[in-house]
Design a protein around this ligand. Sequence first.
Ligand SMILES: [Ca+2]
Ligand SMILES: [Ca+2]
Length: 313
Amino acid sequence: MRIAFGFLCLGMALVVPARAQTDDFNDNQRDPAMWGVDQRLDGNGVFTESNQRVEFTVTSSVDAHSTFRPWVGGLPVDLPWQATLRVQNNTVPPKHGANASIGLALLGPGTELNAITVELVADPFIDGVMYRYIYSVMETESGSAGEASSEHEGMVAAYVRLAYDPAAKVVSVSYSRETSGNPSSFQPLATYGIAGSGGADGSRDWGVSAVKPFTLGIYAYSEDMQIAAGTLWADDFVLEVDEPEPPTLSIRRENQNVKISWEASAVGYALETRSTVASGRWLHVSATPAVSNGAQEVLLPIQPQAQYFRLVK
Ligand SMILES: [Ca+2]
Ligand SMILES: [Ca+2]
């Protein structure tokens, strides 16, 4: 619930900034308020919060292993957001065909087969040279819709980012080669359209909606190799959701009434009142706002006692 306060006497409004949620994993235990139970999409790889980060381990040296740790809140389809994760990959795949990776995955509603991933991969190609690269793919139920990668010799650490534009319904993939602190320089890697168009590297209609939102999570993968503790890990997750500025309540006396108003563009808010500022039950103001000059306005008779008002969404 998001709240905008307006005080009858003070005419003051509290402003809620763009919402940033972070996890530095420094407490070494999965926080169920942030992260859901790990989903093993393939095999038996395990995420463990230890050494103040999220490590991925695999004990089997054969087959594919992929595990997904979902962000509990889900992600809105009607607001801009971006998710950033620091990743490190010191694994050394022992042969051609073996590989290991870690990064972010965005899943469409209903099936994990609709996914956009960005990962830091270690992969020895057929010539025996160890390649490390940022890899991104848009997966659909009918296979890959597009992919992009960027090789960097010797790279073991990076930041990976997924960012969403709700107007274009496009997910942009980028990464930073900075390896600590707050990275400022991100290089674009790919764009994907999730409503069937708009992506430079792939577009499919995932059927996302307000009632069927995205799921985001940490994702790790390995194939035909063990992953020892401390070799493949993620840290410093940041999710920024660009929520619109909350409306400002204005209050003005008009004869024996007060006119309470807020921006007409702020839809979905309800006006509430109570007679003490710090306690008591908030009561819904039943008067329907009239729209005038770009504002929603409610006219109420002045009461003998103080009244406090707020907007609630
Ligand atoms: Ca940490
Ligand atoms: Ca934790």
